[in-house]
Design a protein around this ligand. Structure first.
Ligand code: PLP
Length: 386
């Protein structure tokens, strides 16, 4: 049986999400004035309220999207395009952002629509708030720093940034896509103007997410149409997906503290067992509060990317080996380049369905695979003995 250790890529839908999806699959158009339309609207708005309560914001701040990529793009482009600063606006971001933030920033800069400062991370993948604040200028219209990194699981101090930037009137956006499952994502306490989430990272189906865009924050829409969701995100409400998102988030938040505790125990156990293998080390933060409980990132000495992917598959382990880019191909990771994390990367990420038995079995299977690959790699790098 395959052991699934790739929950940061997508985690299975929770039963609450399946039930909500099923209940709303036949929904009418939530903008229609007839009874069926209004019933659909009630489901969407009830979900919006759950989302707001889970993320600590007002329901008016919640905009449903197709996922994390759209939520990030909406925040980055929407805030830049709505800014009224004289001259070319300036954006501050970091070198460890997901492509959903890094690419719109790069695209805007290439078109000459912004100038930007990209702040380097520490070697463990965390970003120092002081370094971010030092990059802010009088013409800065947006600071975008992720709450937690998808590869290394490094956690950033968003609340310190929010407390500094709020009084200065500089909007702070955070990509909280990886944080929601195990951290208390709190838009209010963090002082963020915008925040991105994605359903398939905590138990909603793929294809739905939500952006928090605080009231009073000018945001230009990415697409124009019927004016749904405050005119910021036109298009017929995806009632069933939106309802499933709210149901999953409510369940995830209810279970979050227990899940985080359980996963921390599992990842610690895996780390101890696997880093005991010669040639295997841990990348990312060492302090528990600076690392997601769900993430374990290993660096493997002298191991070939493709051999690793092949052997994991053979051993029945579904994990992120090397760096899978959007197309599924193995590509060099910007995050690992920026942090200088050594070794061939292996990301093991756990989620709400992970059991203690799976962890034990994974340790056994990975122990054999990794020890074999390191030994094979070392022999190959020495070359044939004559
Ligand atoms: N941001 C982060 C940190 C992510 O890990 C991901 C997905 O892996 C995204 C954004 C994009 O989310 P989605 O796949 O829902 O578009």
């Amino acid at each position: 049986m395959t052991i699934y250790l790739d929950h940061a890529a997508s985690t299975p839908p929770r039963p609450e999400a399946r039930a909500a999806l099923d209940a709303c699959l036949d929904a009418a158009n939530a903008s229609s004035t007839h009874h069926a339309g209004q019933q659909a609207r009630v489901a969407v708005e009830a979900s919006r309220e759950s989302v707001a309560s889970a993320l600590h914001c007002s329901p008016h701040d919640v905009v449903f999207t197709s996922g994390g990529t759209e939520a990030d793009n909406l925040a980055v482009k929407g805030i830049v395009w709505a800014s009224t600063t004289a001259g070319v606006p300036h954006v501050v971001t970091t070198a460890v952002e997901h492509a959903a933030v890094a690419e719109p920033v790069r695209w805007l800069a290439e078109r000459g629509e912004i100038t930007c400062t990209v702040v380097a991370p520490r070697p463990d993948g965390c970003v120092d708030p002081e370094a971010v604040l030092a990059a802010v200028r009088t013409d800065t219209v947006l600071v975008s720093v992720m709450a937690a990194n998808n590869e290394l699981g490094s956690v950033n101090d968003i609340a310190t940034l929010g407390a500094e930037l709020g009084p200065r009137g500089v909007p702070l956006h955070t990509d909280a896509v990886q944080a929601v499952a195990t951290l208390d994502v709190d838009a209010e306490a963090w002082g963020v103007a915008a925040l991105a989430t994605s359903g398939h990272k905590f138990g909603a189906p793929q294809g739905v997410g939500a952006a928090v865009l605080r009231r009073g924050l000018p945001v230009a829409p990415l697409s124009h149409g019927g004016g749904q969701d405050r005119g910021v995100r036109s298009g017929t409400f995806a009632a069933a997906l939106d309802a499933a998102f709210g149901a999953a988030l409510e369940a995830a938040v209810g279970d979050r503290a227990a899940l985080a505790g359980r996963l921390r125990g599992f990842t610690d156990r895996m780390e101890a067992a696997l880093t005991a293998i010669d040639g295997v080390h841990r990348n990312g933060p060492t302090t528990a509060t600076e690392r997601l409980a769900s993430h374990l990132h290993l660096g493997l000495e002298a191991v070939d990317d493709f051999a690793l992917a092949l052997e994991l598959d053979r051993a029945g382990i579904a994990a992120s080996a090397g760096s899978a880019c959007g197309s599924g191909a193995l590509a060099p990771s910007r995050v690992l380049a920026a942090t200088g994390a050594p070794g061939t990367p292996l990301r093991l990420t756990l989620g709400w369905t992970t059991t203690a038995d799976e962890v034990d079995e994974a340790i056994d299977r990975l122990g054999d695979v990794l020890a074999g690959l390191v030994e094979r790699g070392r022999r190959a790098s020495v070359g044939p003995v004559s």
